[in-house]
Write a protein that binds this ligand. Structure first.
Ligand code: FES
Length: 178
């Protein structure tokens, strides 16, 4: 009889232990999952990274040194450029909806239009050969480096390659699926 009683007590303690452990696990999972989903959200279905074919107003072979031509993302379907690097308000992988193809010192580069201060769209100043931000006065040299703050970081590059003809380039982007 004494052995059976000890077994009953042990079994009840074991059961309660497992029950509490299960309750604790369920609580942690229920509380932690929403946080994990918030930190690492799943990519919306239909979004696809791919090179975007962009038509140029000024073909590459006619782009003069120290000049820039504006590019915009396609809208049918909607797409965005993906920044290759960044600092300040911009980071690698951030999206941009416009940019500039720039030729400076014989070298062609493509920049996102987003100011690295707080993300306003910069404009190319054809007289000064600078990119000027209308929001808080930041200015960037034609090579994307900072000429005047408050921006502290250069413009972000976009990854690109030549297209099928001089008036087209391929820019790394994301089809947004809507
Ligand atoms: S967003 Fe460009 S200077 Fe502030």
């Amino acid at each position: 009889m004494a052995d059976a009683s000890a077994l009953r007590r042990y079994s009840r303690r074991t059961f309660l232990g497992w029950w509490l452990a299960s309750l604790l696990t369920a609580t942690v999972v229920a509380g932690g999952l929403p946080i994990l989903v918030y930190l690492w959200p799943a990519a919306p279905s239909g979004q696809k990274k791919k090179p975007l074919a962009i038509a140029l107003d000024t073909p590459l072979d006619q782009l003069e040194d120290n000049s820039a031509t504006r590019i915009l993302t396609p809208t049918s379907p909607n797409a965005a450029f993906v920044m290759a690097d960044g600092g300040g308000d911009n980071a690698p992988g951030d999206l941009a909806f416009g940019g500039f193809v720039v030729k400076a010192g014989g070298k062609v580069e493509v920049f996102a239009q987003n100011c690295s201060h707080l993300g306003c769209s910069v404009a190319f100043n054809t007289d000064a050969k600078t990119f000027d931000c209308p929001c808080h006065g930041s200015r960037f040299h034609i090579d994307g480096t900072v000429l005047r703050g408050p921006a502290a970081y250069p413009l972000s590059h976009l990854t690109w390659k030549k297209g099928d003809s001089p008036n087209q380039i391929q820019v790394e982007g994301l089809e947004l699926g809507f």
